[in-house]
Ligand binder design. Structure first.
Ligand SMILES: C[S@@+](CC[C@H](N)C(=O)[O-])C[C@H]1O[C@@H](n2cnc3c(N)ncnc32)[C@H](O)[C@@H]1O
Length: 246
């Protein structure tokens, strides 16, 4: 599974987002990460890309997510990577962050808003805990523009659970963020989906042994449906960078 992840995303943290190593490196640059900068990564899972960002930039990082299992794996990985002194993990809902106002210089979240219902509350919480002029970089999977009727239904069925959303630029405006950059990264998403499909097929016997045949067939079916939706313009993946307003 680690080999598969490395072939698709270029990392081996147990990632569940579609953030590639190249994308993570771009996030580090957009957020101007460096030593002494305090980064908050929400929906951190088992540490991707937050721990990698701390490794390449020297910044301090707080990881937050709801399941303890992922955070435990992240803390173990932080120890292995020599990051324990610069890393803390906090179990929290992104819509109710347990941090004081203006605590962070930079924020990130990878494909998290499309996995949770209360997107505006999370963005408002991000703004509350962000210092003035702090930057936030994030990615989302969203319904393609001008998709309605039966095509919209198909997009919803093939996307993540909470794919339905107001336009993210509008949510950012309502929550006190100013968009610095908005980029559609659906082509990279399609490439990653295809690489994962090929990677699973190429390692089918070994993966079946570890995960079982149902996991393999269900994963392939879901990935192929998502790929069809992305190629047909029903779903898109976007990357945003925003700055905290005064
Ligand atoms: C696509 S995964 C990304 C995980 C990790 N950052 C990665 O790139 O592999 C989305 C993450 O969002 C988390 N999540 C979902 N709802 C959340 C919420 N309300 N508050 C915080 N995290 C949430 C999930 O637990 C999951 O770990």
């Amino acid at each position: 599974m680690q080999e598969l992840e490395r072939s698709v995303l270029g990392c081996d943290y147990g990632a569940t987002s579609w953030t590639t190593r190249l994308e993570a490196e771009r996030i580090a640059s957009l957020l101007e990460l460096r030593p002494m900068v305090r980064l908050l990564d929400i929906g951190a899972g088992s540490g991707w890309p937050a721990l990698y960002l701390a490794t390449i930039s020297g910044c301090d990082v707080t990881l937050s997510d709801i399941p303890m299992s992922g955070l435990r794996a992240a803390v173990a990985r932080a120890s292995l990577d020599g990051l324990r002194a610069r890393c803390q993990a906090v179990a929290a809902d992104g819509a109710y962050l347990p941090f004081a106002d203006a605590s962070f210089d930079a924020l990130s979240h990878s494909d998290v808003l499309c996995c949770m219902p209360d997107k505006l509350s999370m963005l408002r919480e991000c703004r509350r805990v962000a210092r003035s002029k702090a930057r936030m970089a994030f990615s989302v999977i969203a319904i393609g523009r001008s998709i309605d009727g039966a095509r919209r239904r198909a997009a919803i069925d093939s996307g993540p659970t909470f794919v339905v959303s107001e336009d993210y630029a509008i949510l950012l405006d309502w929550s006190g963020w100013r968009v610095l950059e908005r980029k559609e990264i659906s082509n990279d998403f399609a490439v990653a989906l295809k690489t994962r499909i090929c990677g699973i097929n190429a390692r089918c016997d070994a993966i079946t042994e570890v995960r079982g045949p149902e996991w393999v067939s269900e994963s392939l079916e879901r990935l192929q449906a998502t790929l069809r939706a992305v190629e047909g313009g029903l779903l898109q993946r976007e990357a945003f960078c925003a700055i905290a307003g005064e």
